[in-house]
Design a protein around this ligand. Sequence first.
Ligand SMILES: NC(=O)c1ccc[n+]([C@@H]2O[C@H](COP(=O)([O-])OP(=O)(O)OC[C@H]3O[C@@H](n4cnc5c(N)ncnc54)[C@H](OP(=O)(O)O)[C@@H]3O)[C@@H](O)[C@H]2O)c1
Length: 261
Amino acid sequence: MPTANDRTFYLTGASSGIGKALALELGSSGLNVILAARRMELLEDVARQVEERGGLALPVRTDVTDYESMRRSVEAGIERFGGLDVVVFNAGLGRPPEGSEGVEGKLAVVRTNFIAVLYGFDVVVPLFRSGGGGVIVGVSSLADVRGFAGSAVYSASKAALTLYLEARRAELEPDGIHVMTVRPGFFRTPMTEPNKFHMPFLSEPDKLARAILRGIRLRRRMVVSPMPMWLLTGMLRRLPGWLFDRLNASSYRKIRKDHAQ
Ligand SMILES: NC(=O)c1ccc[n+]([C@@H]2O[C@H](COP(=O)([O-])OP(=O)(O)OC[C@H]3O[C@@H](n4cnc5c(N)ncnc54)[C@H](OP(=O)(O)O)[C@@H]3O)[C@@H](O)[C@H]2O)c1
């Protein structure tokens, strides 16, 4: 579990999947958590479950792609709990939202997975600087290692996020602000539910939630899970470009065939 000083967490994407699993783990540790997402009815249900486990929860309707919305929800949390120790930027989109057309859908993925984290840092860093430090966690993906066909915008948004977090870790260290990068493989959540292709080493989100909390406690620079997927993507990263291109094209043909059926 986190250190004794880590009492209050701000968590985006808390209404489902990995964020919800993390919120419930925080509840089981008796911690305070500000739950941020757009679907308020889901957040209220997560808040109830957090409190049943012994934590305290504040659900706040938040659109992370809107700077003011994120700033207001962070402030509401600080007002409720009197401070903030750890923020987890977890909200994400695996694909363009249902009904979005053309470039707008792609921009929604980039705004949610990357631009929103830029907003989040701008909101939180001055608060942590004036308060003597804190922890910022960004949930990226092992899809950051290469441009995966069928997930072009997603891979690109997560690669941008991983590099951004890496740079910020060095920049913020002198201020006592620790930046941790989380790079999950495949986890069973509403995001991966529509995938028809085989997801190697598919794992449960509560396992990742526990790994994230352990990483925060130990002030790790990075959390990767599950390990075999990290090894597999590490190998993919080292493949020569021409060979990766061939494998990528053939796997994309298979994905398209599976989705057409
Ligand atoms: N599942 C995996 O296999 C996997 C693998 C690698 C990385 N990840 C990353 O893990 C994170 C969580 O994914 P998940 O699998 O738990 O997906 P999920 O179940 O679909 O949850 C996504 C969360 O993001 C929130 N969200 C989306 N757009 C938002 C917005 N504009 N404002 C506020 N909240 C927003 C959603 O809440 P609302 O819709 O209620 O706003 C929801 O709580 C994502 O960053 C994802 O890229 C997941």
